[in-house]
Design a protein around this ligand. Structure first.
Ligand SMILES: *[C@@H]1O[C@H](CO)[C@@H](O)[C@H](O)[C@H]1NC(C)=O
Ligand SMILES: *[C@@H]1O[C@H](CO)[C@@H](O)[C@H](O)[C@H]1NC(C)=O
Ligand SMILES: *[C@@H]1O[C@H](CO)[C@@H](O)[C@H](O)[C@H]1NC(C)=O
Ligand SMILES: *[C@@H]1O[C@H](CO)[C@@H](O)[C@H](O)[C@H]1NC(C)=O
Length: 363
């Protein structure tokens, strides 16, 4: 099926991913706390969805604007994520803006961070459609300020989180032990990181010529090993440099792609083009993949609290939620997600974790 879309150059690569778990505490009454795994559950048809009309959201780029580009079946907008033991609160944008007055929330990573960031902006905008906002685009950042609240929502584009620098007489070097923008990031109040896909790119798709690891520069190295080193550099930075009393840190887990029907029990299917419903139930047939376990291992060893937005499983079940050909780049995209759509759920989970008292037990 010909072309594959690239946004910030993230290619649709053919790997399958798996899930991790993380818990949220649910306050059922003043004394008792029950645990609810927000990432175990299923997708339920709910006619009150979507949470906003994407036509009215001014933040959606052509990559993700599936309705504008003619996605024929809009049922993908109608599914609500139902965790097993609790109910996700609806995203209350006004409450968020009031509680985050004067604060900064920053998404840092590749085009899946962009995907998440735009969903978040739409969720805020629909709550205060008349509120003034200002948008500023600089080299690596997009900043949207909701001026009545002084809330800044920032996208910081960084494909690897670690640095790429041009070294004279050498070329572009991916520096796995260096993360110079941390000094900017740590000033925000909420940080949501993501990286992985770019570590797999090679040849002309790769934006560096050499890789530096532990003081040694070489032409290349095992990419999974490079991802682990890069992620450890990030983890060490959080542990030493981020004041997590002031700044909440999230890691946006690996989102699933849908190019192999065998993963969901339809071996003849090669992409998401004909998919109009989620996988039923709460299990996804395909096996474990590497990056998810690496993320889990690295996060477990950290000393500071970091919340894993463990979206792998819930995205695996959503083969219907991708732009497919219905995007403004004229490619085939089963890697990113339509907006509105699945990323709205990632932000509902973010919201629930920022405001835990908004979670209700479903018993
Ligand atoms: C809270 O605890 C009290 C006393 O144990 C119990 O009677 C009540 O049903 C609980 N409320 C909820 C919402 O679970
Ligand atoms: C969304 O908004 C557009 C433009 O305001 C309108 O034409 C359309 O009917 C709306 N769609 C829904 C489902 O409300
Ligand atoms: C880095 O290099 C030093 C000296 O060359 C070596 O002793 C050390 O084990 C290396 N560390 C890692 C993590 O590879
Ligand atoms: C979608 O389904 C139709 C009808 O079954 C089939 O002819 C077509 O090849 C499928 N398209 C893709 C891209 O899989």
């Amino acid at each position: 099926m010909g072309k594959v879309v690239e946004i910030f150059g993230v290619v649709a690569i053919f790997v399958s991913f798996f899930l991790l778990e993380a818990n949220a505490e649910v306050v059922t009454n003043n004394t008792k706390k029950k645990s609810c795994d927000l990432f175990e559950g299923s997708w339920i048809f709910d006619n009150s969805y979507p949470l906003y009309n994407s036509t009215a959201c001014p933040f959606i780029r052509k990559e993700f604007d599936c309705i504008k580009y003619g996605k024929p079946n809009l049922e993908y907008l109608k599914y609500r994520w139902q965790p097993k033991d609790c109910v996700l609160p609806r995203f209350d944008g006004k409450n968020f803006l009031r509680r985050f007055r004067g604060k900064k929330i920053m998404y840092i990573g590749d085009s899946l961070s962009l995907n998440n960031f735009e969903s978040f902006l739409c969720l805020l905008h629909v709550a205060v459609p008349k509120a003034k906002f200002k948008q500023e685009i600089k080299k690596q950042t997009v900043t949207v300020t909701f001026e009545d609240y002084g809330v800044e929502v920032i996208l910081f584009h960084s494909n690897y989180l670690v640095d790429i620098e041009v070294q004279p007489n050498v070329g572009r070097v991916l520096k796995l032990n260096s993360m110079k923008y941390g000094r900017i990031w740590k000033n925000a109040d909420v940080l949501i990181f993501n990286t992985w896909l770019w570590y797999l790119r090679s040849d002309s798709k790769q934006p560096w010529d050499f890789v530096e690891n532990n003081g040694t520069i070489s032409k290349d190295m095992d990419r999974v090993a490079a991802f682990r080193v890069g992620l450890n550099t990030w983890a060490k930075w959080v542990d030493t440099d981020v004041d997590t009393k002031k700044t909440k840190v999230y890691f946006q887990g690996v989102a699933a792609m849908h190019y192999h029907g065998s993963e969901w029990g339809e071996p003849k299917v090669k992409n998401c083009f004909n998919e109009t419903t989620p996988v039923k139930g709460s299990t996804y047939p395909s096996g474990l993949a590497i990056p998810v376990n690496i993320v889990k291992q690295v996060l477990r060893k950290m000393s500071k609290p970091v919340y894993l937005l463990d979206i792998t499983k819930l995205t695996q079940l959503r083969k219907d939620g991708h732009p497919s050909i219905y995007n403004g780049l004229h490619g085939f995209d089963c890697t990113h997600w339509c907006i509105g759509g699945v990323p709205d759920t990632w932000n509902q989970i973010l919201y629930a974790s920022l405001f835990p008292s908004s979670l209700k037990h479903s018993m």
